[in-house]
Design a protein. Sequence first.
Length: 364
Amino acid sequence: MGDRDRVLIVGAGPTGLTAALELTRQGRSVTIVERNAVVTPLAKAVGISSHSLDLLHPCGVAERLLAEGIRLQTVFISVEGELIGAIDLSLIPHRYNFLLSLPQSRTEQIMVDRLAELGVQVRRNTEFVGLAQRDDDVEVTLRDARGESAETCAYVFGADGSHSATRQAAGIGFDGYIHERLWSIADVEIPAWSDPEATAHAFLHAGGDVAFIIPIAPRRYRIISNTRDAVARVPGLAGMEKRVLLVDTFHVSVKLATAYREGRVFIGGDAAHVHSPVGGRGMNLGIEDAVCFARCLGADTLDAYNAERHPVGARWIRFSERFLSMAQTQSTALAAARNVALRAITSIPALQRVGLSRVAGVTE
Ligand SMILES: Cc1cc2nc3c(=O)[nH]c(=O)nc-3n(C[C@H](O)[C@H](O)[C@H](O)COP(=O)(O)OP(=O)(O)OC[C@H]3O[C@@H](n4cnc5c(N)ncnc54)[C@H](O)[C@@H]3O)c2cc1C
């Protein structure tokens, strides 16, 4: 296929890299531009779903992720220090009946390496600054060390994150709100953390504070909390020897693009939807968007992209918001009802399977 069919992908995060891998596999001409000089050094998203692993099989990435990641089998749930149950991830109705934990920095590097093997290099230090749509193509303006230049392509796929310049240039709205609570994350080395490697923990405290601890490498853990100090909200950690590798705080934005397509411009991943990290689907939804876009382009059914993916983004936002408000409720009565429900869910495998199918991307 020639340059007239070329797809220009903006952003080399997990969404853009997945789109580049899939389109290259189809034999499309692809250019992927990224304003950063190197792959993110940050762990960011750490959970890769069963469905994402399926989707990343044909391009040769899934095996490499599986070889490096930790296969999480159990999530223990404690309320005010008392263990009330455990989610058994082996109940996920899928051949990958676990949640694969791997820092996003490694996921992206594996994708970049595989893409290079397929003959496509990420064009780094190159920023998308604008576009003009015409009937048969799109003229895109890019900026690199030599200044601004214009390039022509058939379609643009904007995978440039929540502040997406592509989305703005296409005139697509991004509606929603920002939660007031300040969240924090910490990546910590804890030599004496006694849990087996394949387990994560959720701690629900009185007053709506929550914390999760997830292994991301041997003796290394991701802690995430809806409080300023994630480490302080993990019971028993205060007195333990530990090395904090990274701390950060953020507010949770909940936003959905008004559409995933405008003419020849398409958006996916965080450019199209952002929500709380509860449920761990952020990066996975982006991978799914990218594969769907490539499939629709290959099958010449581009209208189906927005029709298929926009409702999934909207549904997942509703689901993760419900999940979040249940986890961080400040009402004693609602917390008591939630705890009864959690005890029931964790002791009835059929109920666990329903929720796990959703989190794993097996059903929407
Ligand atoms: C601290 C942190 C922790 C997180 N934890 C989790 C988690 O536990 N689970 C989860 O599912 N998700 C988590 N997320 C969210 C997850 O990282 C995102 O959902 C995921 O990165 C989205 O991938 P993406 O490729 O759509 O966008 P991004 O990863 O944001 O990638 C966008 C890329 O586009 C590039 N770019 C931006 N603008 C331009 C431009 N104009 N020109 C060229 N390039 C551009 C950026 O440099 C970037 O590389 C976390 C995020 C953060 C920040």
